[in-house]
Design a protein around this ligand. Structure first.
Ligand code: C2E
Ligand code: CA
Ligand code: CA
Length: 595
């Protein structure tokens, strides 16, 4: 039993040693002058033909640097360097042929007689291999030579550790960086898998604010602040606690307790403390702003969460902290899911635009209240996502509207709606087709030209198309948008103000907008069959809009009673579930035939 556990601890140590060796990224790398220089000196100092920096891999000795040998590696078994690493001390073999162990080794067979090697040991005690010198004649060594060999080994280690630190330290603050954060977490996970910890992500200043400061004061204006913050955090947490610089003015810290399971409240208290330390930091006169640091806290288990994801979740919590009163926030997986869903939708929409079958248009009838006849249809988009199922346009349109895909989106809708309108037109159905467009589309220089081309291609008269825009889109003050509106109106395309009443803009202002139709938002229509106040309000809206020359459409008509009231109030048109839900083109044909 004791023996068994001893073996496994030896194996365990070897596993860690190998992982350390791999982490250093030395094996199978090309020769480098910084090591070759040391090997050359070794060969000359000992006046021996062969010298090498030899690393002990799982089954081989691999030479990072060598003088006097042709091969890069030899088998680990019966290699003298392996013994140096195993014994962790200088090994000298004056004559290999005299040694019962090495007499028949590949080294002895290749003509080597003398060997001396000093261990290459990391600061945390792992033996990587040996700095060695070899000769073709038996030889002895002096005490002085042994201490020289040790010095050379120390120089090799200094070089290895220097190379390793390079790329892991932030040059500005001297703190470990995010590569080191990831490496350290992997190390911890190897030692203490399953232990629960917290990652704290600290943001000194909002990125957007940082950029605007840098624009005025220059890119280095926050360097002093970043250094000072690093120092204060280090002072607060004490030596031995590592703070990582994970981005400009962004720091991370891992909270772990060796003895017990940490409580969420403790992590939050630490977060508040660190935030306090930073907010009370005096800023020189050179930086005229107030610090408002944020701290995000994300729980995780060593070995169960991927380090990069720990950085992500704690950063996400830090972003959420901006909306919290305390400036500290705990990671929320539901918020995270929302972000993921948004991301997935934006990403998926690209494919939806190319895939046949994911996107579809449905059409909802618009009915004249005077005659009861269907006078038009609003084209509404539907998206069947391959894994997430049917996605409501209320969810995805607002996301896509903020991306460059708003152009292909509207383009897709326009082309499909115009094609369908042309089909109806050819059958002699006089229907006005309404298409929803986004404010950003008005900024596209070729928008109206494209639109006219699509109409021409399908031989659809310009007057058969209406574009719906929300109030906010219509009153946007950019010159291109206003010019685009004028071009559209001059081309004879009708414009409708969608969701009227929800945009808080005054009628007087809207009057300047060249629209023909006002669509009263369904929130005003919803209660008219139940509330007298609603009726009064809508009555005023209808008469005012009509007096200003608008054609008025009521949206969201769900009951016969509402329909009747709108009719009595003199509203021009109605649209809503009571007359017809949005339907596919075929269902729309059936619906028309049945009326
Ligand atoms: P919207 O332009 O106000 O369209 C009317 C919405 O009200 C549609 O929702 C329609 O299904 C719904 N609706 C119609 N009648 C009733 C009713 O009687 N009661 C109730 N409760 N709702 C009714 P949908 O299709 O889910 O579209 C939501 C919004 O998404 C649209 O609001 C529009 O802003 C946007 N959208 C839809 N399709 C497109 C599109 O092709 N392009 C753009 N840019 N936006 C679109
Ligand atoms: Ca609409
Ligand atoms: Ca609407």
């Amino acid at each position: 039993m004791i023996n068994g556990s001893h073996i496994s601890s030896v194996e365990e140590h070897e596993r860690k040693r190998l992982s350390k060796l791999r982490q250093l990224n030395l094996l199978d790398t090309p020769p480098s002058e910084s090591f070759d220089r040391i090997t050359r000196i070794a060969s000359e100092l000992f006046n021996l033909p062969i010298a090498a920096v030899s690393l002990t891999d799982e089954n081989r000795q691999w030479f990072k640097s060598r003088v006097g040998i042709d091969h890069w590696e030899i088998p680990r078994s019966k290699a003298c360097c392996g013994e140096v690493a195993d014994l962790s001390r200088v090994v000298v073999i004056p004559d290999l042929l005299e040694s019962p162990h090495y007499r028949d080794s590949p080294l002895a067979q290749s003509g080597i007689r003398f060997y001396a090697g000093a261990p290459l040991q990391t600061y945390d005690g792992y033996l990587l291999g040996a700095m060695c010198v070899l000769g073709n004649e038996p030889r002895s060594v002096t005490e002085h030579e042994i201490s020289m060999l040790k010095d050379l080994a120390a120089m090799v280690m200094a070089q290895i550790e220097l190379q390793h630190a390079f790329g892991r330290l932030d040059p500005l603050t001297g703190l470990s960086n995010s590569s080191k954060f990831i490496e350290d977490l992997e190390d911890r996970a190897r030692d203490r898998a399953g232990v629960s910890c917290f990652a704290l992500y600290i943001e000194l200043i909002d990125i957007a604010e940082m950029h605007s400061l840098q624009r005025v004061l220059g890119p280095a204006c926050l360097d002093d602040v970043a250094r000072e913050a690093a120092m204060r955090l280090q002072l607060e947490l004490g030596v031995g606690n590592v703070i990582y610089q994970v981005g400009p003015c962004q720091y991370a810290y891992i909270l772990e307790s060796a003895e017990r399971c940490l409580e969420e409240s403790e992590a939050l208290a630490t977060a508040l403390r660190l935030r306090q330390v930073l907010s009370s930091m005096p800023l020189g006169d050179a930086v005229p702003f107030v610090l408002c640091p944020m701290v995000g806290v994300a729980p995780f288990r060593l070995g169960e969460n991927v380090p990069a994801d720990i950085l992500r979740t704690s950063h996400s919590a830090c972003q959420a902290a901006r909306d919290s009163e305390t400036g500290v926030s705990l990671f929320s997986s539901s918020l995270d899911e929302q972000h993921f869903r948004r991301f997935e939708l934006i990403n998926g929409f690209r494919h939806a635009l190319e895939d046949v079958g994911q996107l579809q248009l449905v059409y909802q009838p618009r009915v004249s209240l005077a005659t009861g006849r269907c006078v038009g249809a609003e084209a509404l988009i539907r998206w069947q996502h391959p894994t997430l199922g049917s996605i409501s346009p209320d969810e995805f349109i607002s996301l896509i509207e903020h991306t460059a895909m708003v152009r292909p989106l509207t383009d897709w809708v326009l082309r499909h709606a115009i094609r369908q309108a042309a089909v109806w037109h050819r059958r002699g159905r006089v229907l006005q087709m309404s298409v929803n467009i986004s404010a950003a589309n008005l900024g596209e220089p070729d928008f109206s030209a494209r639109l006219e081309r699509y109409l021409a291609e399908q031989a659809l008269p310009v007057g058969a198309l209406e574009l719906e825009l929300t109030e906010s889109a219509l009153i946007s003050n950019t010159r291109t948008a206003r010019e685009a509106l004028d071009v559209l109106v001059n081309a004879g395309i009708r414009l409708a103000i969608d969701d009227f009443g929800t945009g808080y803009s005054s009628l007087a202002y809207l009057q300047k907008v060249p629209a023909d139709v006002v669509k009263i938002d369904r929130s005003f229509v919803a209660q008219i069959d139940q509330q007298a106040r609603s009726q009064t309000l809508i009555k005023a809206m209808i008469s005012m809009a009509q007096e200003l020359g608008y054609h008025v459409v009521a949206e969201g008509v769900e009951t016969q009673e509402s329909y009747r009231i709108l009719q009595a109030l003199g509203c021009d048109e109605a649209q809503g579930y009571w007359m017809g839900r949005p339907m596919t083109a075929e269902a729309f044909d059936d619906w028309l035939a049945a009326r």
